[in-house]
Design a protein around this ligand. Structure first.
Ligand SMILES: Cc1cc2nc3c(=O)[nH]c(=O)nc-3n(C[C@H](O)[C@H](O)[C@H](O)COP(=O)(O)O)c2cc1C
Length: 210
């Protein structure tokens, strides 16, 4: 039996993609999509070769149409973003047959914003951040345990401790596409585009062939 999926009426879609994203995200949470804020972040550095990994969505800014995530500036993705500050974020919520693609330019938040975001984190997340060295070779798992123990001691003595490279990034969208799957393959795709992300250019909506 075909799966029941939500319907999507593009004619009734709001004028700005952040509004539709917020509505879809709320629906995803309501129906129990697992980890709906987990998104595939695609980047390419100076060598132009694509790379991708999951990050957690931290916020969505309506004014800027900004999708916010955080990472270590010294990590491969951080280096790639410094070399080429543009990226794509892709969300896939299989329970609803929905995909959202966001493309745009990436900026780093001011240092105090990144530190304030780090301060909101759980103890385990802070320890993981303080251990640092993301994506560098780890000789053995006990080495991580030892580094984590050191980070716990550091936090106990200095609760304000933070990793030097912890960075909040904002992807200011210039293109956002909403894809609603249909069991009969009459998928509905609506793309929002704007020419000028800085200063908030007007959004144009285009229906796409699936
Ligand atoms: C569900 C999930 C959420 C994640 N969230 C983040 C995140 O918010 N920031 C981050 O740096 N890495 C996050 N990661 C780990 C990344 O996928 C990745 O392993 C790590 O950042 C190293 O990526 P890089 O070598 O491309 O820099 C997450 C992984 C998963 C599976």
């Amino acid at each position: 039996m075909a799966r029941a999926l939500p319907t999507f009426a593009p004619d009734a879609a709001p004028g700005a993609p952040v509004e539709l994203f917020a509505a879809w995200l709320a629906e995803a949470v309501a129906v129990g999509v697992l980890d709906p804020g987990a998104a595939l972040l695609s980047t390419a550095g100076a060598d132009g070769r694509p790379d991708a990994r999951i990050v957690a969505l931290r916020d969505v800014e309506a004014d800027e149409a900004g999708w916010v995530f955080a990472s270590d500036a010294a990590s491969p993705k951080g280096v790639q973003l410094a070399q080429q500050p543009a990226a794509a974020l892709t969300f896939y919520w299989p329970l609803q047959g929905r995909q959202i693609r966001v493309r745009g330019d990436v900026t780093q938040a001011a240092r105090e914003v990144s530190l304030a975001e780090f301060a909101t984190r759980s103890p385990a997340s802070k320890v993981a951040g303080l251990v640092g060295r993301q994506s560098t070779p780890l000789a053995s798992l006990p080495d991580w345990d030892e580094a984590a123990e050191g980070a716990r001691r550091q936090l106990a003595n200095h609760p304000e401790a933070h990793p030097p490279g912890h960075t909040v990034y904002t992807l200011a969208a210039h293109e956002v596409e909403f894809w609603q799957g249909d069991p009969g393959r009459r998928h509905v795709r609506l793309r929002y585009t704007r020419n000028s992300p800085a200063g908030g250019g007007a959004w144009e909506r285009t229906l796409l062939w699936p």
